[in-house]
Design a protein around this ligand. Structure first.
Ligand code: F6P
Length: 312
């Protein structure tokens, strides 16, 4: 179902995020989204100045950067201050931070931070669940992602279509304004990207992606899940972090990365699979459980699912 925008008195192009939230989204989700939008401006301002490595790792064993910890702390503080979060779980923390609200938030506060030095786009991902975690993507009541690239954008869904806001600066402050409403994956797929190395992809995945250039798709890979998915959403196609021979469960984490993006992708008319089932139906047993991810235009991801599950 798509949203029928209640735009108030503003022309749609100038609709501000807070007005959109006030008119279209329940109060607790609205408060959490506003908190994320404000913190994302602070994170964006700090990315160029906090790229150094820290001598510590996150719960998945990845080396943390100062900006990973800074982003995590900014978002945790902003989200818990709303009073709307029951817990905030993060890829960067062993244990969730408990609070007094009702919504469980799972987040990847800085997706793709290994790309800081190469200046590729970065992102943040958030899922809002109405159940205690671990929970399946069917308990999501909203999801959003931030892109820190040539534009600072917020792409949101609260179960009624996908909408994108862009940060506009006015003097020292910035605010988010509506950029795109009811975003749908284009019918014609034109790009694809795949994580890991070709030698390590399982054979069905290798065969499928090898066939795409002759089917008219171009490879576009930036190495940040949010950036790679964002271009699939705009241009149509598929992004995969597949099952690897060396890592059959892939790399991306269900709560922090794949389920929120699968939720947005479904709202945009797409389909996301772990190779066997809809990512939204996965019932994770732990906070950091990974899953292979094939996300994007439904005809392509359903074809991949048939190949990977051995049903074709
Ligand atoms: O999970 C972190 C991440 O940076 C994702 O954003 C990205 O899709 C993936 O890792 C890239 O991994 P690789 O370097 O193995 O292709």
């Amino acid at each position: 179902m798509q949203i029928s925008l209640k735009v108030g008195s503003e022309p749609p192009g100038q609709l501000k995020l807070d007005e959109f939230l006030r008119l279209n989204v329940p109060e607790d989700l609205s408060a959490l989204t506003t908190a994320i939008s404000k913190a994302s401006i602070t994170v964006s301002d700090n990315i160029p100045f906090k790229s150094g490595l820290l001598a510590q790792t996150n719960p998945s064993g990845e080396t943390q950067k100062a900006i990973d910890v800074f982003s995590n702390d900014e978002f945790v503080e902003a989200l818990t201050a709303t009073g709307a979060a029951a817990e905030v779980a993060s890829e960067e923390m062993e244990e969730p931070v408990r609070s007094k609200g009702t919504i469980s938030v799972a987040m990847d506060p800085l997706d793709g931070s290994s790309n800081v030095e190469t200046n590729n786009p970065l992102g943040s991902i958030f899922g809002f669940y109405d159940k205690k975690l671990p929970a399946s993507g069917r308990s999501l009541v909203g999801a959003l992602y931030v892109t820190y690239g040539s534009m600072l954008t917020l792409t949101v869904s609260f179960g009624k279509g996908v909408h994108r806001f862009v940060a506009v600066r006015e003097g020292p402050s910035a605010e988010f304004q509506l950029l795109d409403v009811n975003i749908r994956l284009p019918d014609r797929a034109s790009v694809f990207g795949v994580g890991g190395t070709r030698e390590d992809w399982i054979p069905q995945v290798r065969g499928f992606f090898d066939s795409l250039p002759s089917r008219g798709l171009r490879i576009r890979y930036c190495g940040t899940f949010v950036g790679d998915y964002n271009q699939v959403l705009s241009r149509g196609g598929v992004f995969a972090y597949p099952a690897l021979v060396s890592k059959p469960r892939g790399k991306l984490r269900v709560h922090y990365e794949t389920a929120p993006i699968a939720y947005i992708n479904e709202q945009a008319g797409g389909y996301s699979t772990d190779g066997k089932m809809n990512i939204l139906d996965i019932q994770p047993q732990s906070y950091s459980e990974p899953s292979p991810a094939y996300v994007g235009s439904a005809p392509l991801t359903k074809e991949l699912e048939r190949l990977v599950s051995g049903s074709s």
